[in-house]
Design a protein around this ligand. Structure first.
Ligand SMILES: Cc1cc2nc3c(=O)[nH]c(=O)nc-3n(C[C@H](O)[C@H](O)[C@H](O)COP(=O)(O)O)c2cc1C
Length: 163
């Protein structure tokens, strides 16, 4: 498409479908909001820097949870394992969130979920413009992981990595 041409609905569909060809993992980002624990399903996670240790993820400005995460001084990013797809709808629009889940607080008071494949406990480092999303860069205070298979997301479907 030529530079500067606004995206039509069809182009947006095309762009979404093209983005979806990039397989990712799935993360659950958690923080303590003013009204209690909040979670966000995100596949926009990326590692950024080893020294200092930095990661990023991008919440949509349209999300009801956007304000809580942009204001959060700390959050935890959980990388889901293959057997943890059932956590995804919990933290989508109409999910039950943390209800009934054991979510111990970390040293910064952020609710955490046990048994994630990897977890990055972060302090907010920078916020950048990302169009209809914001790009949140977090400084990793603590990283942990376990053995196991990752949950892979591509073209709207979840599956296993067969390398
Ligand atoms: C696998 C998966 C990955 C997602 N990744 C993102 C993401 O990186 N950024 C984002 O803003 N929304 C992402 N979403 C959508 C959000 O989790 C959320 O459902 C949506 O923003 C609605 O937000 P609201 O209920 O807070 O308004 C993803 C959803 C799924 C199922």
């Amino acid at each position: 498409m030529p530079d500067g041409t606004p995206l039509t609905d069809d182009d947006t569909r095309n762009l979404r479908d093209a983005f979806g060809r990039f397989a990712t993992g799935v993360c659950l980002v958690t923080t303590m909001g003013p009204e209690g624990p909040v979670g966000f399903t995100a596949n926009s996670f990326s590692s950024v820097s080893l020294d200092p240790p930095l990661v990023l993820w991008s919440p949509a400005r349209a999300s009801r949870r956007f304000g809580v995460f942009v204001a959060a001084p700390h959050y935890a990013i959980h990388v889901l394992g293959l057997d943890q797809a059932d956590w995804i709808p919990r933290f989508a629009r109409t999910g039950e969130g943390f209800a009934g889940l054991d979510a111990p607080l970390n040293a910064e008071g952020v609710p955490t979920l046990r048994t994630a494949l990897a977890r990055f406990d972060c302090a907010a480092h920078a916020t950048h413009d990302g169009g209809d999303h914001a790009i949140l860069v977090g400084r990793v205070l603590r990283a942990s992981f376990r053995d196991g298979e990752p949950l892979v997301f591509s073209q709207g479907r979840y599956g296993r990595f067969e390398g």
